[in-house]
Design a protein around this ligand. Structure first.
Ligand SMILES: C[S@@+](CC[C@H](N)C(=O)[O-])C[C@H]1O[C@@H](n2cnc3c(N)ncnc32)[C@H](O)[C@@H]1O
Length: 214
């Protein structure tokens, strides 16, 4: 059982091979609610340029393509498998020039400064070796006044097996206020945390912040 938890943790971090495919299917269902709730908080406009980092099975990408009919959506994910799956799912949007998908690291983006109005990511901050440096990189590609949204679950509210698997995969889990602290240290302003309320308590959190003018 411990081995299975470890394999799931490493595929949450970097989906690959048959277990990556299975983990992606589980994430697609299990994370859909938090992902859609996060998109609602973004207030994207039809012509916006939006970046999602760590898109995984692509629930947010699909929703952004509906909400940004005249803009552009860019997705960057470390996993070659996730990029391949999303490319095949959204081939028509890529051909139409509405969607660009790349394999890469959120901490080292190839985009020019101030390329985006909105940058977002769900359940991905856990995997950044230097979260402040990576969030600073997200700030670099956001226009001044642009919106950052990072959705996640707090350490003590995660299902035990997920928390254990993630820890075994070298992920860093965050406690109350810690993601806000990262975002503040990276130079963002107007920072706030919202939580997705359920009868069992917060099902997830989202730190929202504005890229400062300089
Ligand atoms: C736990 S999954 C979450 C996927 C999706 N956001 C969701 O909520 O269902 C984390 C995703 O982030 C990707 N990832 C991990 N580290 C990354 C990094 N440094 N830069 C970009 N993507 C990364 C993984 O490949 C994986 O697809």
């Amino acid at each position: 059982m411990q081995r299975l938890t470890q394999v799931i943790g490493s595929n949450l971090r970097h989906p690959r091979g048959p277990m990556g495919r299975l983990t992606a299917r589980l994430m697609r269902q299990g994370n859909a609610s938090l992902n859609l709730w996060m998109v609602e908080r973004l207030a994207v406009k039809p012509r916006d340029r939006v970046l999602e980092v760590g898109f995984g099975p692509g629930v947010v990408l699909a929703e952004l393509l509906i909400r940004v009919p005249d803009g552009i959506v860019v997705g960057v994910d470390a996993s070659e498998l996730m990029v391949r799956q999303a490319r095949s799912r959204h081939a028509a949007d890529i051909t139409a020039g509405r969607l660009e998908l790349r394999q890469g690291d959120a901490g080292s983006l190839s985009d020019s400064d101030e390329s985006f109005d909105v940058v977002c990511g769900t359940h991905v901050i856990y995997f950044w070796p230097d979260p402040v440096a990576t969030v600073r990189e997200l700030g670099r590609v956001l226009r001044p006044g642009g919106t950052l949204a990072l959705a996640y679950q707090e350490r003590d509210r995660m299902p035990g097996r997920a928390a254990l698997g993630l820890s075994q995969a070298g992920a860093r889990l965050f406690g109350p206020g810690e993601v806000e602290n990262v975002v503040r240290a990276a130079g963002f302003v107007d920072i706030r945390t919202e939580f997705q309320s359920t009868p069992d308590g917060p099902a997830g959190f989202c730190v929202l912040a504005m890229a400062s003018a300089g």
